[in-house]
Design a protein. Structure first.
Length: 231
């Protein structure tokens, strides 16, 4: 682990019923624990950016979420709007059907267009490949295409179609090497699984349970300190 655990987290709230108050609470938690970023839907970017003004905590926005089946023009429009509203990172969902069809140029162009749109605002793109729907060969190809299109990260999943696994993260890390980051997301709810994903190669953790995981870490640290004192 090359940084403190809190700085791995994209503290996430993507529920359809999230209110402005919910987003403000998410950002308050992000400030309390000094997380790396919050991850929200596009309609909530302005609220998050306002709540986090004056901090170094970034706003990440999802694009083409959760199916990845939007037209490329729609994804680029979303990315531009999110960046104008204050997003510094864009988490876009790959065109999964095109990938499985072998229409690799379509996939690459889809990613590259979003990357180019975000780059105009100095924002980076993380490509959600929805690994649970892919074979190992398709995961490798998705990573390869993401790199060639200029993505800064590859990301395991939306959380709607299965969560991140150690095996997926290790494979994705092997595919991108040091040329891109790896974000593990989906179903990460405890300290043990979080650490295992980081050890497998995750640079970033997307989780709605970030606070609970940090509290678990603090409790275990206190318990271990007490044990050392007693010994």
């Amino acid at each position: 682990m090359d940084k403190t655990l809190n700085k791995y987290f994209d503290h996430t709230l993507l529920n359809a019923d999230a209110t402005a108050g919910d987003i403000e609470r998410l950002c308050a938690e992000a400030k309390e624990y000094d997380f790396y970023a919050v991850c929200v839907n596009g309609c909530n970017v302005k609220t998050a950016a306002k709540a986090l003004a004056g901090t170094d905590i970034k706003v990440a926005a999802v694009v083409g979420f959760p199916l990845g089946a939007s037209a490329t023009e729609t994804k680029t429009f979303e990315a531009i709007q999110c960046c104008e509203d204050g997003a510094a990172e864009i988490d876009m969902v790959i065109n999964i059907g095109a990938l499985k069809d072998g229409r690799y140029e379509t996939v690459t162009d889809d990613i590259a267009a979003t990357v180019a749109s975000a780059d105009e605002y100095g924002a980076i793109v993380k490509v959600i490949i929805e690994a649970s729907l892919l074979t190992e060969d398709e995961i490798r190809k998705a990573c390869e295409l993401s790199l060639s299109a200029g993505a800064a990260f590859v990301k395991t999943s939306t959380g709607y179609k299965g969560g991140a696994t150690v095996e997926q993260v290790a494979l994705m890390r092997a595919c991108v090497g040091n040329h891109a980051g790896v974000k593990a997301s989906g179903g990460i709810r405890d300290l043990e699984s979080c650490k295992a994903l980081i050890e497998a190669g995750a640079d970033r953790i997307g989780a709605s349970a970030s606070v609970a995981i940090m509290q678990e870490l603090m409790s275990s640290t206190v318990a271990n300190s007490g044990a050392r004192v007693m010994n």
